[in-house]
Design a protein around this ligand. Sequence first.
Ligand SMILES: *[C@@H]1O[C@H](CO)[C@@H](O)[C@H](O)[C@H]1NC(C)=O
Ligand SMILES: *[C@@H]1O[C@H](CO)[C@@H](O)[C@H](O)[C@H]1NC(C)=O
Length: 371
Amino acid sequence: MKFSTSFVLLCCIFACSHGEDAEQCEEDKCLIDSNCRCSSTNNPIDASTAPQLVVLAFVEAVTTELYENRWSELLESRKNPDGSYIGATFYVPHEYTDYQKVQDIASIGFEVAVHSISNDAHQDYWRDANVTLLEQEFGGQRKIISKFANIDEKYITGVMTPQFQLAGDNSIKAFVQQGFAYDSSWPTKSPYFPYTFDYASTQSCDVGNSCPKESHPGFWEAPIIDLVSEDDVCATIAACFRQRNNQTKEEISDWLVQQVDTQRQANRAPVILIIESTWFDNVENSWDGLVDALDKLEALPDVYFVTQARVIEWLKNPVPLSEFETGLIEPALGCSPFTCKLSKPDGTIRYMNSCVQCPKSYPWLGNPEGN
Ligand SMILES: *[C@@H]1O[C@H](CO)[C@@H](O)[C@H](O)[C@H]1NC(C)=O
Ligand SMILES: *[C@@H]1O[C@H](CO)[C@@H](O)[C@H](O)[C@H]1NC(C)=O
């Protein structure tokens, strides 16, 4: 009996509980022409000739109020050194999102990506999730955006998970299964460039995180390089201000510019600036400081604000600054506006602006079409 119990246990350790760990990456086996890149802090070209790419990322429900009062003013008139309007990436959660506005965002050329359906506030919910649940959360939101904002799914390729929580390989399996191309949910203290999960990642896995270990060929990770303040490192801008609420516009602006400049003076790894509107409510001078920082960065000849998808495209074809183009995609779309009054599974009412006729119920986990 004893023998057979431990035998079953052993089988489980090797066969049922997890797949095989990925091998160490070797540059000569992992070629970008085969959509493979080792995890590393090396610029694919001579860093002094490379553009400094910056992704402005948003993770809140897209509402008309927030977009008109904040994001349009922050983003819409800015230009990159090639004369094109700047790019940015919106990781869209479902609840309270206005899908007519999402279509507007896409038609301007900003990237629309996925932040989940439930946006659950508990870290355990995400860390312990199985593949089925993760497919419903992220694949489901991809379907919701595609249908109700009328955007072809092929343009919705990225994921950022709530609170940067991955469920190890379960997350990546679910993303691959649902047709995504990249994840951006893994913060790093070292300046990593985006890479694929063909081989083992060398990014450090912080205590309490559940990091992918298996091979997922061709699926990209876009690491979030931590921002650094006097006493903290943080994945989002607001998180660096928990202890700081008495800075001037100039101090906030200088700090933000310095976050980009740290990479710009080194290997020019892409910087992701995650902007949350609660920061404007909670921290004095934050809005003015941010606008001032973006003004200063916009004036630099080697800094490009682009979508996360464009960053990954650049890694596949790493041209120098002199040949770089913003390259915004503006999918030809259309919207027949409908305002829908719908019930969630628990009976609460939500209003949802849609680009197609109203569904029967509020789209949700397991029922993204709202049938
Ligand atoms: C996955 O997790 C959900 C939610 O916790 C659960 O209801 C479901 O039974 C699980 N599915 C599998 C296949 O384990
Ligand atoms: C700002 O706040 C910090 C922390 O609360 C404090 O240590 C510092 O002295 C304050 N600075 C000014 C100029 O008020």
